[in-house]
Structure formats: structure tokens, C-alpha cells
Design a protein around this ligand. Structure first.
Ligand code: GRF
Length: 221
């Protein structure tokens, strides 16, 4: 019998990644079911998106808690009571503690708008532009005890152009985020992923035709 993976999505902002997960579930591409959307920001647009699709929501304000751990404990309680098996961080602007990580070992994923391990932390797109890289992109990874450092599941590369601004580069990256995040969750839903040391082995989608890409393009070399 077909079984959809029960997921919980943690958000803080606009929720465009949440939207892409919802859309892929609704179109039948992604075999998951969103049990709860939790926001630490009461006015996050992501909450509106969830409600529009009749998805259960909860607002947990971090300021109401004295420690990171007690905030996380509250979140774990809600996730568990909803039967969540995979926690999906989608623009969730809080560093999580070992309380959440221990409750969901290797069952928390995040998306980051850079090619990790380059440019972790805030303003990744700005960091990439300021550094002058010719390519950037996005990364879906497991969440561990450090920031943006867990095993990498899938990455997408986009070119960086001379005329790019933080906005144009972010938009180019975001389009790819909306593709790779549902794909990563689908790999997990179908049990296609295992972790060996810190390497993520995926039994599908091998990309062995791709040799290299260049920016700028080579002229006869
Ligand atoms: C995305 O760029 C994501 O990579 C980062 O936060 C942003 C969230 O965007 N972690 P949205 O809320 O999904 O639109």
C-alpha cells in the first residue's frame, strides 16, 4: 500500500519552499504528507500559504522561552504529537539545539542558498557575490549540531554573472531550491538514502553524463 511520509515543516518567512513542497505533493510528485507547519514568526507569509491548503499550523514564539532547549522541547512535543517522521526546515531562522537533533537523529533536513561548505550562515548569496565566485547554488543537507554542516544530500549549481545583484542571484538560486528540496524529500520518502560516514549515498538519479561546466565559457580550449 502506498504510504506518504509524514513531515513537519519549520518556517519563519515567505515560505516559497513550503509552497513548492505543497505543490509537488498535490501534483502527486512527492509522496509525503505535511502534518504540521510550525513558525516562530506569527506574521510569516508561510502560515498563510499553509492555511490556504488547509494544513495545520502552530506558532511558537522563541521569545516566550528562556532557553533554546525549552523552545525546541516545545517544538518536539508538537512534531511527535502530529506523528511527524521527517522535519523539514524551510527558511526557519533559528539555530536548533541538541534537543531537536536527538529527538530526530538524521531525520532533519535544511536547505541553504549556497554550495556548502562555502558560505554558511546568513546572507549566503551576498557572501558569494562579494567573494566573486563564478558559480553558486543551493544545498539540501541533513542537520547536525553545527550550522549548515551536516551531510549533503543534493546540490544545484547556478552561474553568477558580472551584473548580478543579491536579488537577481537569490532569485536564480531560489528557482533551483524549489526543485531540489522536493526531490530530496522524495528520495527520503522512498528510502533511497543512506549515510556512510558523512557521505550520503542515493540509489537513484546518478548524474554520470555531466563532465564539467564553465563560467565564462571556454573559447576553443
Ligand atoms: C531560502 O533561500 C532558503 O535557502 C533559506 O531561506 C530562504 C527561505 O525562503 N534557508 P522561503 O521562506 O522558502 O521563501
Amino acid at each position: 500500500m502506498k504510504r506518504n511520509l509524514p513531515i513537519g515543516v519549520l518556517v519563519s518567512g515567505s515560505g516559497s519552499n513550503l509552497q513548492s513542497i505543497i505543490d509537488n505533493i498535490e501534483s502527486g510528485n512527492l509522496e509525503a504528507e505535511i502534518r504540521i507547519v510550525i513558525s516562530n514568526n506569527p506574521v510569516a507569509y508561510a502560515l498563510k500559504r499553509a492555511r490556504q491548503h488547509k494544513i495545520k499550523t502552530a506558532i511558537i514564539k522563541h521569545n516566550d522561552f528562556e532557553t533554546r532547549e525549552s523552545f525546541d522541547r516545545e517544538i518536539v512535543g508538537i512534531l511527535k504529537s502530529c506523528g511527524v517522521e521527517l522535519v523539514v526546515m524551510a527558511g526557519f531562522m533559528r539555530v536548533i539545539s541538541s534537543v531537536l537533533i536527538k529527538a530526530y537523529p538524521n531525520k532533519i533536513v535544511n536547505i541553504h542558498p549556497a554550495l556548502l561548505p562555502s558560505f554558511p550562515g546568513m546572507h549566503a548569496q551576498r557572501q558569494a557575490l562579494e567573494y566573486g565566485v563564478k558559480f553558486s547554488g543551493c544545498t539540501v543537507h541533513f542537520v547536525d549540531e553545527n550550522v549548515d554542516s551536516g551531510p549533503i544530500i543534493i546540490q544545484a549549481i547556478v552561474p553568477v554573472y558580472e551584473e548580478d545583484t543579491e536579488e537577481t542571484l537569490s532569485a536564480r538560486i531560489l528557482k533551483e531550491e524549489h526543485r531540489i528540496y522536493p526531490q530530496a524529500i522524495q528520495f527520503l520518502a522512498k528510502n533511497k538514502i543512506r549515510i556512510e560516514n558523512r557521505k550520503v549515498i542515493i540509489s537513484e538519479g546518478k548524474c554520470d553524463k555531466l563532465i564539467s561546466i564553465h563560467n565564462p565559457c571556454l573559447s576553443g580550449f
